[in-house]
Write a protein that binds this ligand. Sequence first.
Ligand code: PMP
Length: 388
Amino acid sequence: MHKSKLLMTPGPTNVPYEVLQASATPIIHHRTNEFSEQFKKLNNNLKYVYGTSENVLTFPSSGSGMMEASIVNLFSKDDKVIVASIGVFGDRFGKIAEIFGLKVVKIEYEWGHAANTKDINNAIADNPDAKAVIVTYNETSTGISNDIEEIANCVKNKEMLFIVDAVSALGGLPLKMDAWGVDVVITASQKALMTPPGIAHVALSKKAQAFLETANLPKFYWDFKAAIKGVEKEKPDNPYTPAISLILAEKAALDMIEEEGIENIWDRHKKLAACVREGIKALGLCLFAYEEKYSSDVITAIKAPDGVDIQFEKVRAIMNQKFNIMIAGGQQKLKGKIIRIGHMGFVDIMDIINTISALEMALIETGYKEFKVGSGVTAVLNTYMSNN
Ligand code: PMP
């Protein structure tokens, strides 16, 4: 007998049955009206989730591929970019830019902190020749989300682009690309978009589209101009064979998102995140976030109280093997030091209750007993009932 694992990880995440079913429909050829129609609908659905009137490009790729593609399409060697990094994925964006010969001005934060507009304004003032400011919306490695709306104001009316890695944010955290003035938004299918891994997206403001004309880094497969030409057609298509099954799957997921309403979805994530935070605090555990207001609404990073040793890797293994619930551990220097509970996409209160109860049992089994059994779950229930 096989019961699906509950993936409380920051991607890949749980995929609704309807979406899996859509991915299993017989393959349709990609040079047909039938495919064009589905692809057009996907693009319209994506515009809704992005909050943009621009086309959203779709590539067979993970999120990192789209980060790299954005660099090669928008810049030339020796261009300068400002990267505000608050963890693994901010570092990754900076590294990609460096590999392609860009000059990276890095604003580096201690992990657990969010970027702030003062530092970004200073970096812009010190580097008026920079071509872009690059920021991670939700830093998945630390469970911190940056205030993208506020940071967008620093870049507005400047000659530079504002590029946002929204791989683990889009579809979970509020984002209004056009209204906030974000120039480039990157995301991937496998997180809050409730779709299996394998396709990624980017949308470009008019200002960003102008950068495509002068950027001269080499590209062929990743050429955004070719992809734009495809989506702009009356019967949209792709320059190369698209990931047809994943496009059909994501279209089904985005239909569900549209039906629930994106603002309701943001609200659901906010309320469920509050339940997780109160649940873990009731167990005597601490948020990794330096300030609670920056602890993300799509993932919660959790550390032990000062002076207490918790065997987090063992806790994760017990939750996975005994209770069939997978949560994430720490990455790089945080390995073994934190756990991360993903609550993005296809997630509801019962998933949170199951996760916190499994966490309680796993903590007790590993010798951490600084709480009354059921106190985490009780806090989850109380928070949920007072917010709904
Ligand atoms: N950026 C962020 C914020 C992410 O969370 C991830 C994936 N965890 C990536 C980029 C990279 O995406 P992928 O693993 O799909 O390449």
